[in-house]
Ligand binder design. Structure first.
Ligand code: KG4
Ligand code: ZN
Length: 341
C-alpha cells in the first residue's frame, strides 16, 4: 500500500510517502518568511504553501522513487489549523486523488500528533510504539492536550489548556526576551547553560484536581519580572531566565501527565507535538517515568514538529483497521462537478 500525504496546517509545507507502512520520504519545507513578523502570518502561510506545495510533493515522490500512478491512497490534513493554509494542501491532495481516481483520506492534525510515535522510518522501531491504552500529551504551538487513547484509535480528552498552548508560552515569553520566532528551540538551547532555580515562575493549576493547564499567567509573570530589569541584567542572565521559564512549563506538563497515568491506571505515556522536541521536557519525562515504572514513548524530533509522515501514518493505521472513510471530497472544491449540464 503506497500513500502520499500532505501537511500544510501551519507554517510547514510537508509531503511524505509511506510504502507498506514505512516512511519512504518525508520532505519538510519550513517557511522562513514569518520570522520578520515575530509569528505566523496566516495570509503569508497560505501563499507560501501555494508556492511550495507542488515542488514539495514532487520531491517526496522522487525521494521515495515512486510515480504518482503507483499511489494507492492520498491523505492530507483536513484541520484544525490556519484555514487558508489547510485548504492549500487539502485541495491539492483532493484534486490529485480525483485526477488519479484514487481514494482520499482526510486526517485530523491533532490526532496525527497523538499517533506520531507510530511513524516507522526504520529507526528504533517498533520500540517507539506505545502499547494501548496510553496517556498522550500533545504539546504544540496551538494545542496542549491530555488524552486517554484506546486500541481502536479512539481517545478521550481528559485535560487541555484553558488559555495558551505550551508552545505559545515558549514563543511569547521568548519574544519578550528578543529571541525571534519560533522561540522554543532557541530557548531550549540557551537554557542548557542556565540555572533553572534563578527565578521561580508560576506553575498554574498544579495543585488542582484536574488535568487542565494554564500558561497565560506565566506570560504576565515574565512580563512583570522583566519590566524593572535593566537590559544588561537581562542579557547577563538570559540563559538563567530561559532555564527558569522552561522549568515552569515543563514541570507542570510532566506532573499533570503522570497524575493522569496514575488516575486512569495506565502504565504507558506518550508525548508528541512540537514542544516534545524540548530536551528538558524529554529529560524530565525520562526521569519521572523511570522512577514511576512507566513506559515512555516520544517521537524523534523530526516527527515531533509538523510533518507529513505522521499524517500518512495515521491514514495507514486507519485504513488497516477499516476506520478511514476514503473519497471524502471537499464540497467547495468539487461542487462544480455536481452542476447539471
Ligand atoms: O507541532 P508544531 O510543529 O506546530 C503546531 O502544530 O503548532 O509545534 C510548534 C511549536 C512552536 O511553538 C515551537 O516553539 C515549539 O513547538 N518547539 C519547541 C521546541 N521545538 C519546537 N519548544 C520548546 N523546545 C523545543 N526544542
Ligand atoms: Zn502540529
Amino acid at each position: 500500500m503506497n500513500i502520499l500525504a500532505l501537511e500544510t496546517s501551519c507554517d510547514e509545507t510537508s509531503a511524505a510517502v509511506l510504502k507498506h507502512g514505512k516512511v519512504a520520504s518525508n520532505i519538510i519545507s519550513s517557511q522562513l518568511a514569518h520570522q520578520a513578523f515575530g509569528g505566523v502570518v496566516p495570509e503569508i502561510a497560505s501563499r507560501e504553501h501555494e508556492r511550495l506545495v507542488v515542488s514539495v510533493a514532487a520531491a517526496a515522490l522522487s525521494e521515495a522513487n515512486i510515480r504518482k500512478s503507483e499511489l494507492d491512497f492520498i491523505a492530507a490534513t483536513s484541520g484544525p489549523g490556519l484555514i487558508g493554509a489547510v485548504l492549500v494542501g487539502l485541495n491539492f491532495a483532493q484534486s490529485l486523488a480525483f485526477a488519479l481516481k484514487k481514494p482520499f483520506v482526510p486526517i485530523n492534525h491533532i490526532e496525527a500528533h497523538i499517533f506520531s510515535t507510530f511513524v516507522d522510518d526504520g529507526v528504533d522501531n517498533p520500540a517507539r510504539i506505545p502499547a494501548f491504552p496510553f496517556v498522550s500529551l500533545t504539546v504544540s504551538g496551538g494545542h496542549t492536550m491530555l488524552a486517554l487513547v484506546q486500541d481502536d484509535l479512539t481517545y478521550r480528552v481528559v485535560g487541555r489548556t484553558i488559555d495558551d498552548a505550551a508552545g505559545e508560552a515558549f514563543d511569547k515569553t521568548g519574544k519578550m526576551l528578543g529571541l525571534g520566532y519560533p522561540a522554543g528551540p532557541l530557548m531550549d538551547k540557551l537554557a542548557k547553560q542556565g540555572d533553572a532555580k534563578f527565578h521561580r515562575f508560576p506553575q498554574a493549576l498544579l495543585s488542582e484536581d484536574n488535568f487542565n493547564f494554564s500558561f497565560s499567567g506565566l506570560k504576565t509573570s515574565v512580563q512583570t519580572f522583566l519590566r524593572d530589569k535593566p537590559e544588561p541584567f537581562v542579557q547577563t542572565h538570559l540563559a538563567d531566565i530561559c532555564a527558569s521559564i522552561q522549568d515552569a512549563i515543563t514541570s507542570v506538563l510532566v506532573a499533570k501527565t503522570l497524575a493522569a497515568a496514575k488516575r486512569f491506571q495506565v502504565n504507558t505515556v506518550s508525548v508528541a507535538g512540537g514542544v516534545s522536541a524540548n530536551s528538558e521536557l524529554r529529560r524530565k519525562f525520562q526521569a519521572a517515568c523511570a522512577s514511576e515504572g512507566l513506559s515512555l514513548h516520544i517521537p524523534r524530533p523530526i516527527f515531533s514538529t509538523d510533518n507529513a509522515a505522521m499524517i500518512a501514518t495515521l491514514a495507514h493505521l486507519k485504513l488497516q483497521r477499516g476506520l478511514a472513510s476514503p473519497n471524502h471530497y471537499n464540497v467547495g472544491a468539487f461542487a462544480a462537478f455536481a452542476l447539471p449540464p
